[in-house]
Design a protein around this ligand. Sequence first.
Ligand SMILES: [Zn+2]
Length: 414
Amino acid sequence: MPKLLRLLGGLAIATWLALPGGGAGVSEAWAQPTVSGIRVGQPADNITRFVLDLSEDVKFNLFLLPDPHRVVLDLPQINWSVDPGTGTQARGLITGFRFGQFQPGTARMVLDLGQPAEIVLAQVIPPRDGAGYRLVVDLRGATRERFLEAVQRTKPTALTQVAAAVPPLGTPRRRGDGRKIIMLDPGHGGVDPGAIGVSGIYEKQITLMFAQELRRKLQATGRYRVLMTREGDEFVELRRRVDLAREAQADLFVSIHADSIENRQVRGGTVYTLSQTASDREAEQLAAKENKVDIIAGIDLGRESDQVTSILIDLAQRETMNHSATFAQILVREMEQRVHMHKNGHRFAGFRVLKAPDVPSVLVELGYLSSRADEQMLRSPAGRARLAEALARAVDRYFEGGRNCAAAALSCPP
Ligand SMILES: [Zn+2]
């Protein structure tokens, strides 16, 4: 009798395991393993089983995270041949899951647990009974104490702990070729899809396409060196996005998003800057949602020493916040001329991604993916080009202002 069945000691499991898993026909010569099916089942009363149908054997790393309780599976680069909407299944201990690229070379699955659990089994089962390779994870309910013990035993892969070479505050800016450095930050990515549009498009796709268009426009002027926090469909931690801007000694950081809310009538763009107190309830809720993406992607926030949270009172930060506000005002004016804007165009909230103390930063919500009209505009290349034009002009105005304002204004761009 196979070890797995002996372990679980039930015959009912055998039939469940023998279900055809779509393993047949997935024998492409791609270098990457393919996942062709994802299933959640309950082979026994107290066991929740999670299964990935695989084209080949893979190495994986599994670890647990508390608050909220999650199981994280890191895999090699994977070719996902499954419907992205699959993650809505909830069964047994698993209340939902997500998957996608985490970092170059690493794919990640995050399972949300409704309660503390322990891993009974986690292994790749070789082809059998007409089914292909399957990665099987069996979970059983456990006390919080046992769960926390397992958190200590299991560890994230080394990749999630990349240390950044962030310059200390007050580091003199290096002199380059005179071009300003713009860091564009396409929101979400990889395992974190962001909001989902009325037609099913993901926020992570819109933000990347938009950032690429904006980069083209800015670079065409010859006045800017444009960098991006992500180039493809990969996950980047919020903290890492901030660090990338600081490492590059960027002159401006623009985080790009496209939210969705329940009220489908609400539409229009909004520009956000950092503030300890949110300008209104909706801004506060949005920031809370955007700040949660690291949890969504299976990052343990408890492990981070969060030096950026206490920085708000810093003088450098205050000056940076003035610059951010100046840019936000210019940007709202430019956007108003070209696209539909939210009634309250410039708002404030505590977005983690805006906390670089020495890089002026704004977060732009291009529009609402829950609004049919906004989504349509953001899906179309012409719509994105119109919006990108507004942003590129605002960047120009902002730095032009810097060249002319030296004597007059209080908050000249750096
Ligand atoms: Zn977002």
